[in-house]
Design a binder for this molecule. Structure first.
Ligand SMILES: Cc1ncc(COP(=O)(O)O)c(C=O)c1O
Length: 371
């Protein structure tokens, strides 16, 4: 019907919006002669810590390693159980195992699609060391309830903020509720680099120091390894690019929410269920994920209108071959499993034009009228 497909996300649009500044930033790094852990990373870490409301930010190579290093920095290690969700990107669970930990799954609350805090207690064992909630799609997990259980059982809390830069609970930014948090700068994320990147956030100086050592061979100072570490550094080019984008993150998130609101107005009360509006939380709207019993029909219809969709994710982690039948808790995830043949991700990015938003809204309206 139309020759131009509206994609689900479009990192090129963000580059185009800041082309001049990004090119200048890249050139500045190229000509500086300093490509690893220089001024750009240092400045970015300060600026991003400020944005996040945490005292420390440590730039690392990607979101998975940010989570792994956050866990290791908090002292999670061999055989320690970490309670998390199966409704997440595989990176969340991979990071726990990379740190030497043992993932344990709890189910989600169908309203937030995040960890159901009421189910945590039942999964705690003598080996449980930490809880790792995921702010999925940009919706904050119920951190006050999660931290309350964690406090009672003396568990650490590490937040997966990969999809939730800028999300808030009662004015408090996600990433500030637990001992530490991890962020991904994968290009399609709300805060996207032009390549891989990630960061650990914490306000605890001891954890920050350990993560700083861990990201670079455990070095306390150059060539002096205090603890066993790895190489996971944010590079100067990505830090310089992220510095260009950071001042626009608040505005971009607001634009995401505005577009999301338009979709919700169209589908409210129809066969398509919009993301719930959860009181006292500010959604980062990384992904606009609807639920629909007739997902295949909706998907095919949108495709005929030149509108791409995606499924985040086709399988829960416990259903993936790599994790099947070996993670405790996998047998009791009815809400997680109920989501998987219903979810559909609609296009959402700040640069989506008014015309394209209109096109998507009118296609949704037409499908709803027919169903
Ligand atoms: C919820 C979540 N956790 C962790 C990750 C891992 O981040 P990265 O891809 O930067 O390693 C991602 C990104 O896909 C994610 O969405």
């Amino acid at each position: 019907m139309t020759d131009r497909i509206i994609p689900v996300s479009r990192p090129l649009a963000q580059y185009s919006a800041h082309r001049k500044e990004i090119r200048a930033a890249v050139l500045r790094v190229l000509e500086s002669g300093r490509y690893i852990l220089g001024d750009e990373v240092h400045q970015f870490e300060g600026e991003f810590a400020g944005f996040s409301g945490c005292k420390h930010c440590i730039g690392v190579a990607n979101g998975t390693e940010a989570l792994m290093l956050a866990l290791m920095g908090c002292g999670v290690g061999s055989g320690d159980e970490v309670i998390t969700v199966s409704h997440t990107a595989v990176g969340t669970v991979a990071a726990i195992e990379l740190a030497g930990g043992v993932p344990v799954f709890v189910d989600i609350d169908p309203q937030t699609r995040c960890m159901d805090a009421r189910l945590i207690e039942d999964k705690i064992s003598s080996r449980t060391k930490a809880v790792l909630p995921v702010h999925i799609y940009g919706q904050p997990a119920p951190m006050e309830q999660i931290c309350d259980v964690a406090r009672r059982y003396k568990l650490l809390v590490i937040e997966d903020c990969a999809q939730a830069c800028g999300a808030e609970i009662r004015g408090g930014r996600v990433g500030t509720f637990g001992e530490a948090a991890a962020v991904s700068f994968y290009p399609t994320k709300n805060m996207g680099a032009i390549g891989d990147g990630g960061a650990v956030l914490t306000s605890n100086p001891e954890i920050a120091r350990r993560v700083q050592w861990l990201r670079e061979y455990g070095w306390e100072e150059r060539h002096v390894s205090k603890i066993p570490g790895i190489n996971s550094r944010l590079d100067e080019l990505q830090a310089a690019i992220l510095r260009v984008k950071l001042p626009f993150l608040g505005h971009d998130n607001a634009r995401r929410r505005m577009i999301a609101q338009k979709y919700t107005e169209v589908i409210q009360g129809t066969a398509i269920l919009p993301p719930a509006e959860v009181p006292e939380t500010l959604h980062a709207m990384h992904l606009y994920v609807v639920e629909c019993a007739d997902r295949i029909s909706l998907r095919e219809f949108l495709q005929t209108r030149g509108i791409a969709t995606a499924v985040h994710y086709p399988f829960a982690v416990h259903q993936q071959a790599a994790y099947k039948e070996r993670i405790r808790g996998s047998e009791s995830l009815p809400e997680t499993e109920a989501l998987y043949d219903r979810i559909l991700t609609l296009p959402l990015y700040p640069e989506l034009s008014r015309g394209d938003v209109q096109r998507i809204c009118s296609a949704l309206k037409t499908w709803c009228e027919q169903h």
